[in-house]
Design a protein around this ligand. Sequence first.
Ligand code: GZL
Length: 321
Amino acid sequence: MARKSWTAIVAAGLFALTACGGGGGAGGGGAITLGFAQVGAESGWRTANTKSIQDSAKTAGIELKFSDAQQKQENQIAAIRSYIQQKVKVIAFSPVVESGWDTVLKEAKTANIPVILTDRAVDSPDKTLYKTFLGSDFVAEGKKAGEWLAKEFGSAAGDVSIVELQGTTGSAPANDRKKGFADVIASNPKFKVVASQTGEFTRAKGKEVMEAFLKSQPKIDVLYAHNDDMALGAIEAIEAAGKVPGKDIKIVSVDGVRDALQALADGKINHVVECNPLLGPQLMDLVKKVAAGEQVPPRIETTETEFDQAAAKAALPQRQY
Ligand code: GZL
């Protein structure tokens, strides 16, 4: 009897160790630990994205370690290194810029901790450094903005002067939204981008750069803003200059946050291309699959739409963010 129960105790002990082993990250209660390195808190989109991730982790019973890099790559790299030291089960992050990640991602791979990219992509040629990418097609978003402009101004008599507020320099959304838009407007020589500069995805910088555009450009017909926050900042500058946003200067923007849909409903913005920040539920499903060693698709794109004034008015009452 004694012999039998002793064997059972040893077996149970070994099982418990194994369950908590495998690259660490399964806390005492067996909860998966996820280390998430967020870009920052630069925009309404980012706030909604962070809330979606935090709420979904709670719902999924995943223990979330969360950091805000204040839009600095060195802070994100430091956060990822700390998650490696803490032996989390899975690491996820939204790379603030596309390049400079190979070294720290190789450290995660060496530590046998799988990585998931959300929202923004990296330009590393080594696809084994992360399990999957979950987010939007930013080139498609730029194309949608260009297609709206082509439709709106296709029959304009003379040149159409466009100013562009770019997102964070070197970031995937800035690079790809610029490319998608440029590819579409290249088809019509009267569409001219007369000024293009980063507004760092923030209202304050968007306002500041728009003020400079208004001083330097004799004629501005359209503003293309890579996100709503910069468009909303630009509206302040346009009004301060005594011009009417949405009329004197047409505005097309990307994201679809409440404040932008309200401005669209009020006629101050003319078109908004949606970029979906509510990635939390899909991310937690991926974390569980990756933690269990299951295969996941290499790229998962979110579904998103675009808004004209009528669609904005219809969407506002239920808009979550
Ligand atoms: C896009 C996201 C961008 C948003 C901005 O997926 O990375 O960053 O468009 C945010 O609002 O700052």
